[in-house]
Design a protein around this ligand. Structure first.
Ligand code: ATP
Ligand code: MG
Length: 640
């Protein structure tokens, strides 16, 4: 935990405005959230703000609304009809600009396409699409007719896709003939065929054209999107749905185990995201906003589609890899579209750091006003690089902590209200209405400076409605560790100023000679060594200390692994954190195992280091098949 002080305006301290709103939100949450809910357009006002039958919360009960109406129709009734909704940048450099009126037209037509294939309210549609405009358009088209979407990241295998289809019982699968990945085509239709073969619920497959491929089309089941659009109606009225009607089902990243199908309901989710998007990003009419996440993750749902579009924001959507065809592709895109708000992940920042500052300096990034980070704790090293090199020391960084389950950001600086003086590596404070705390094993609040479990003590509108089809797992996972509190599974600490610092996954906390230490604490120390770019820490049973520390590290370009370097890193950790946590083993690797959403899968390393079962690997990031990945780990095991 580094407390580098930056030259931020101290006028803001002690955040009078934030404190006033935050306190008010917790004193009377229902009144607070009712006020926030009135910022949306409802077809029918709710009767009850919150029906809380622990652990099930129903928000704005009796109210009726429509998510596609919020995101599109509302804007086309104003001057925003000619405002840019989506700047789309394809990987090979092709592009499209969609105004809100164009988006409106397409959402209507896509909704008609779905209706003509028999999709109605409550049906589930699986979307297995690359990052092309068709993806958000289909999400909104589903919402328009009350259908539930389940987006599956287009890098997943046929089996992973089929698992999600079977779990949700989706009746339509939407895919593309192909998608670009680093200049090559991935044959998405072929993968979809394989998945459809394993998924009896699928009645029709819609295929969008991206790659000029000629895949086999099964008569009576498969349809080209452009053919269906030719016959589609121009208008489909948005179906008013109950606030508690499910908007989507989305699977978690699988960092800690088998992914969970998280259900989000329409009203609470939209109210929450409409508010937090404004608080976190301080969105302005003229902002150009770019979130680099894939729409297949919750960040993509809330922070590319529903949050920004609720506000009528202009968003950038980019199809490809950050470093393709050149390592400065992202900086080029920021310059090209004049991006003012840029939101990405620590993993990406660390990767781009590796390529050096020169690649950034070639570009004019002066339009940037605000930077954001999400997905993992951002280590102070990466934070400072992001702040200085990308943000030119003028843009605040919002480090946003949240989960698929929370629906939207929970802990983050809130420039839309009043930005806290930042501390690199801290997500600062909970947003209004978020009753976050840190507790010990017995569920008691811990004092500042003491580590514990991050919990949320009262329901909030973005809270998941449940795990699809598994109320028992829902209760067990989130509500049984500390009765009456939502258990996040993350380990954290509040410092003396009340700032929250995330320290890693609670079940990956190391217990060394009686000390508890979060993986992030050690990783931050490793990464602050000049030769290291990225690190993951795992533990291994140790007869004396209980657990011993095993470090896996990737080195900066040009650095060569050597026993001296290992010793240097060990000495560095010892001097930063003390002798107890000195690692027993350090392994240099070219790549750390990560989920497809870019999170380090420490459990894989832990399993490798302690020679136990690796567990579910379906969300592991790698172009190669899962089998190949397993083989690679067997090899690593031998080296270990
Ligand atoms: P699974 O629940 O299947 O193991 P997952 O937790 O990785 O997968 P997500 O919901 O995508 O799936 O990730 C949420 C988690 O990401 C959080 O619980 C936290 O551990 C981590 N996280 C997200 N943002 C931050 C952040 N700003 N700082 C620290 N950790 C973060
Ligand atoms: Mg999780």
């Amino acid at each position: 935990m580094e407390e580098t002080s930056l030259s931020f305006d101290s006028r803001y301290w002690p955040f009078k405005k934030y404190t006033e709103i935050y306190n008010r939100s917790l004193q009377d949450p229902e009144r607070f959230w009712a006020e926030e809910a009135r910022k949306l357009d409802w077809f029918k006002t709710w009767d009850t703000v919150l029906d809380w039958q622990p652990p099930f919360a129903r928000w704005f009960v009796g109210g009726e609304l429509n998510a596609s109406y919020q995101c599109v129709d509302r804007h086309v009734k104003t001057w925003r009809r000619s405002k840019v909704a989506i700047y789309w940048e394809g990987e090979p450099g092709d592009s499209q600009v969609l105004s809100y009126s164009t988006l409106y037209r397409w959402v209507n037509k896509f909704a008609s396409v779905l209706q003509k294939l028999g999709v109605g309210k409550g049906d589930t549609v699986a979307l297995y699409l690359p990052m092309i405009p068709e993806l958000p358009i289909f999400m909104l088209a589903c919402a328009r007719i009350g259908a539930v979407h389940t987006v599956v990241f287009s890098g997943f295998s046929a089996q992973a896709l089929a698992d999600r289809i079977n779990d949700t019982q989706a009746k339509i699968l939407v895919t593309a003939d192909a998608g670009f990945r680093r200049g090559k085509f991935v044959q998405l239709k072929n993968i979809s065929d394989e998945a459809a073969r394993l998924s009896p619920s699928i009645e029709s497959v819609i295929v969008a054209r991206r790659g000029n491929m000629t895949p086999e089309m099964k008569p009576g089941r498969d349809y080209w999107l452009h053919d269906l659009l030719d016959k589609a109606d121009a208008h489909v009225s948005p179906v008013p749905v109950e606030s508690t009607h499910p908007l989507y089902i989305l699977y978690t990243s699988g960092t800690t185990g088998k992914p969970k199908g998280i259900v989000h309901n329409t009203g609470g989710y939209l109210v929450f995201n409409n508010s937090v998007y404004k608080w976190v990003f301080d969105i302005k009419e003229e902002s150009v906003y770019w979130c680099t996440a894939d729409v297949g993750w919750v960040t993509g749902h809330s922070s590319i589609v529903y949050g920004p579009l609720c506000h009528g924001a202009a968003i950038v959507l980019y199809e490809g890899a950050p470093d393709y065809p050149t390592v400065d592709r992202w900086w080029d895109i920021i310059e090209k579209y004049g991006v003012s708000i840029f939101y990405t992940s620590p993993t990406a920042i660390r990767m781009l750091m590796r390529y050096g500052e020169d690649k950034v300096k070639r570009h004019d990034l002066s339009t940037l006003e605000l930077l954001g980070s999400v997905g993992e704790a951002i280590n102070p090293e990466a934070w400072l690089w992001y702040y200085k090199v990308i943000g030119g020391e003028r843009c605040p960084i919002v480090d946003t902590w949240w989960q698929t389950e929370t629906g939207g950001t929970m802990i983050s600086p809130a420039p839309g209200i009043e930005c806290a003086p930042l501390k690199p590596g801290s997500a600062t404070f909970p947003l209004p209405g978020v009753n976050a705390d840190i507790v010990d094993d017995s569920g008691k609040s811990v004092p500042p400076g003491q580590k514990g479990y991050l919990v949320i003590k009262t329901p909030w509108p973005g809270m998941l409605a449940g795990i699809h089809g598994d109320p028992v797992r829902y209760k067990e996972t989130y509500w049984s560790k500390f009765p009456g509190m939502f258990y996040t599974g993350d380990y954290a600490i509040k410092d003396k100023d009340g700032y929250f610092w995330l320290l890693g996954r609670a079940d990956e906390v190391l217990k060394i000679a009686g000390h508890r230490i979060g993986t992030i604490e050690i990783e931050d120390a490793v990464v602050s060594h000049q030769s290291v770019v990225e690190a993951a820490v795992a533990s291994k049973p140790d007869p004396v200390k209980g657990e011993s520390v095993v470090v896996f590290a990737t080195l900066k370009q040009g650095e060569v692994p050597s026993p001296e370097l290992k010793d240097g890193i060990k000495r560095h950790i010892r001097s930063t954190l003390g002798p107890v946590v000195t690692p027993d083993e350090i392994y240099f690797v070219a790549k750390l195992p990560k989920t497809r959403s870019g999170k380090i899968m420490r459990r894989v390393l832990k399993a490798v280091a302690s020679e136990s079962q690796i567990g579910d690997l379906t969300t592991l990031e790698d172009e190669a098949s899962v089998d190949e990945v397993k083989k690679a780990y067997e090899q690593l095991k031998k080296e270990v």
